[in-house]
Design a binder for this molecule. Structure first.
Ligand code: HEC
Length: 165
């Protein structure tokens, strides 16, 4: 019986808190969420215009969209390697639905990771570049993505990390 009572208190209390004297806070949070949404929409518009085509072409095989599977996908043993790559890549980042990206990070983290991958030149992975000549982003393409990241980080400056996605 006591357990039931404790459970009840746990369940009831947060509800109470929401309806209680913090109503003004709720309105403020709703306004903030609206503002964050607006900023993401603006960033996504710029993504579609300046970056999406590059990323879809060079990164899309693993990070989203239907992969263009190569003929050697059907070789026993290879399929597993490719599937694992795609799975791993998408745990980190899915670019195909625009910004905010899918995957495990917050939008703020995702921009940092993308920036770092471009600066270190470690994406696409070497094993992929070897088989897909021309898949490395060119300097111009990298600069376009990096400028978009910088612009987006300025827009997002006011967003606290815990607000996440
Ligand atoms: C062959 C598949 C493949 C392609 C193509 C590919 N990636 Fe990845 N990507 C991965 C895998 C696998 C991971 C996760 C493991 C790792 O970091 O190596 C990953 C992780 C990442 C991460 C997270 C890095 C981290 O340290 O967590 C970023 C950012 C990234 N990729 C960006 C890109 C960009 C940008 C492109 C295109 C220019 C690209 N990837 C193309 C497979 C790919």
């Amino acid at each position: 019986m006591r357990t039931v009572l404790i459970l009840f208190l746990f369940l009831a209390f947060p509800l109470e808190a929401h309806h209680g004297p913090h109503h003004g806070q709720g309105d403020k949070n709703a306004r903030d969420a609206q503002r964050v949404k607006g900023v993401y929409a603006k960033i996504n518009a710029s993504y579609s215009q300046n970056v999406k085509a590059i990323i879809d072409a060079k990164c899309g095989d693993c990070h989203g969209g239907p992969p263009r599977l190569p003929w050697y996908y059907s070789i026993p043993g290879i399929k597993g390697l490719i599937d694992r790559d795609i799975h791993e890549a998408q745990v980190h980042l899915i670019f195909s639905n625009g910004f905010p990206f899918g995957g495990h990070g917050t939008p703020t983290e995702d921009l940092e990771e993308l920036k770092s991958a471009l600066e270190k030149d470690n994406m696409p992975p070497t094993r992929y570049r070897v088989l897909h000549p021309g898949s490395s982003p060119t300097d111009n393409e990298k600069n376009a993505i990096l400028s978009w990241i910088e612009e987006s980080q300025k827009e997002m400056g006011f967003i606290r990390e815990e607000e996440g996605k």
